[in-house]
Design a protein around this ligand. Structure first.
Ligand SMILES: *[C@@H]1O[C@H](CO)[C@@H](O)[C@H](O)[C@H]1NC(C)=O
Ligand SMILES: *[C@@H]1O[C@H](CO)[C@@H](O)[C@H](O)[C@H]1NC(C)=O
Ligand SMILES: *[C@@H]1O[C@H](CO)[C@@H](O)[C@H](O)[C@H]1NC(C)=O
Length: 474
């Protein structure tokens, strides 16, 4: 009796298990469904993990990321950086600066303590560092060491950076020798590690490789370039294994160099003949509000952005995490994805007052539309481009001028003439082929210039629809 009841029960149980399993499968399928469904793709749960297609796969523990910080910024910049770095990368995340400090359980290494006292005392550019040591010894709050003038503060830190860079490389090699790749970046750089790992997989780390994004080069808007530097293990060996005590030999030659990037570039070129390779546009000085979305950037991978405020970094981090961990999207994050996430939801139909930083500025020079009748002599390439009528009289005429130019996707009108940093003369009407979000500009700031800006999202979306990123990538 008992056994036959339990037998019947088992028979009923089986269909239930099947129903339950089906429901669980469907639920997991729905929760993993990508928001932007790409019809070439199977539902993510039906995809098998792709075998690595890269010839030189980089495992997460083979990438060492060294973040450069400074004593006065460390407590503001280091904690967000840690929070926005997935735990699986923490073992190879190093912080280096200009004073020994602890931020929670993380130590910030003072790499300038590697110079001897005599060198410190006789090097004028190390004045800030000497003062920091003095303040720390006498328990004077470090925040008071900052220069009041932002430019002077930047200058003081730029000088220290020249002395930090080689010592950072040296320290990273001592702490994590013989990994595959070494990244050195600023404390306000957003790094998309999964993109970086797969991108690096194209390159043989057993060859000397040196990537960086130089801050300025003719037309291309490297203008806001930071100083992300990527070296292969072979490039690191050429400095620390092939040569004995190479770094100290450069101490006295650092003063003549202009920046940290100049230091590392010169040392590698002189000691190893290794030249820098460009990483534009995957590593740029833009952030989601300043990226000039459009031709030349749309399909490209975003690997790193510089000068990203923490709140914006957090938005990008959450977006990337949602895509990868919850929607299981395996395509690397591109600028097009950032546009869809950050700009498409914005209502850009109406012009905005007190709004700028989109069409003016040297970093947009490349995308500004030239006006009819400007100098036709010295730039053959740009003379091929369609021109626009100027719209100097009012923001309405500037908007018209944009409406009447097929390639114009945004305009900004300034109350005073401002440069476009290209063949255009100083102008109030700034027209652009790229689309940027920009930012609110409080009226009545020091220069009294006011701004009104507007977009043509419909036109931009029509353009975007014609781009075929999948085929262009890889
Ligand atoms: C670096 O640039 C040189 C010259 O353009 C090129 O030949 C080389 O393949 C590049 N190396 C890498 C790793 O991209
Ligand atoms: C320019 O185009 C926008 C959007 O299509 C439209 O709202 C606006 O009225 C146009 N302006 C003129 C002057 O045609
Ligand atoms: C606009 O961008 C420039 C650099 O391109 C920056 O110096 C300025 O502070 C920005 N203005 C605003 C309001 O964000």
């Amino acid at each position: 009796m008992l056994s036959s009841r339990s037998g019947r029960f088992r028979l009923r149980l089986l269909p239930r298990i099947i129903v339950f399993a089906t429901v669980a499968y469907v639920l997991s399928w729905i929760s993993g469904f990508p928001l932007q469904y790409d019809d070439e793709e199977l539902p993510p749960s039906a995809q098998r993990p792709k075998p690595s297609l890269e010839p030189f796969p980089v495992e997460p523990d083979k990438l060492v990321v060294t973040v450069k910080t400074t004593a006065v910024d460390a407590f503001a910049k280091v904690p967000p950086m840690i929070v926005m770095t997935d735990g699986r990368y923490h073992d190879n995340l190093l912080f280096m600066g200009d004073l020994h400090m602890d931020v929670g359980i993380w130590h910030i290494f003072d790499v300038l303590d590697r110079y001897d006292r005599t060198f410190l005392d006789k090097t004028p550019e190390m004045e800030r560092y000497r003062r920091q040591l003095d303040y720390a010894r006498r328990s004077i709050p470090l925040s008071t060491i900052r220069e009041e003038d932002a430019t002077e503060e930047k200058e003081a830190l730029r000088k220290l950076d020249k002395y930090k860079i080689l010592r950072m490389l040296e320290k990273a090699w001592e702490m994590r020798p013989e990994r595959k790749w070494y990244v050195f970046m600023d404390d306000d750089t957003y790094l998309a590690r999964s993109n970086l790992l797969s991108w690096l997989g194209q390159f043989d780390n057993e060859k000397p490789v040196f990537f960086a994004n130089p801050p300025s080069e003719t037309v291309e808007p490297f203008a806001m370039g930071g100083s992300t530097i990527i070296l292969s293990v072979q490039a690191m060996r050429s400095l620390f294994v092939d040569h004995e005590k190479l770094i100290p030999r450069w101490d006295s030659r650092l003063q003549a160099r202009s920046s940290a990037l100049d230091v590392i570039g010169t040392v590698l070129a002189t000691e190893t003949t290794l030249k820098m390779n460009n990483t534009w546009p995957s590593i740029t000085g833009f952030n989601p509000n300043t990226i000039p979305y459009g031709p030349g950037m749309w399909c490209e991978l975003m690997i790193a952005m510089h000068s990203v405020p923490s709140d914006l970094a957090s938005d990008v981090f959450r977006f990337q995490r949602d895509r990868e961990e919850f929607q299981h999207v395996r395509d690397p994050l591109s600028y097009a994805d950032l546009w869809l996430h950050f700009m498409q939801p914005e209502n850009l139909d109406k012009e905005r007052d007190d709004w700028d930083n989109l069409s003016s500025g040297s970093d947009n020079a490349h995308w500004n539309i030239l006006f009819e009748g400007v100098d036709k002599e010295n730039n053959a390439n740009r003379n091929q481009e369609p021109r626009a009528a100027s719209g100097e009289e009012s923001w309405e005429s500037c908007r018209n001028s944009c409406n009447n130019s097929d390639f114009c996707v945004q305009w900004s009108y300034s109350s005073t003439e401002e440069p476009n940093y290209n063949l255009n003369p100083p102008t109030k009407c700034h027209l652009s082929r790229s689309m940027r979000f920009g930012s609110h500009v409080a009226p009545g700031r020091e220069d009294q210039t006011t701004w009104t800006s507007g977009w043509r999202k419909d036109r931009f979306q029509a353009w975007a629809k014609q781009q075929r990123c999948k085929e262009q990538q890889n």
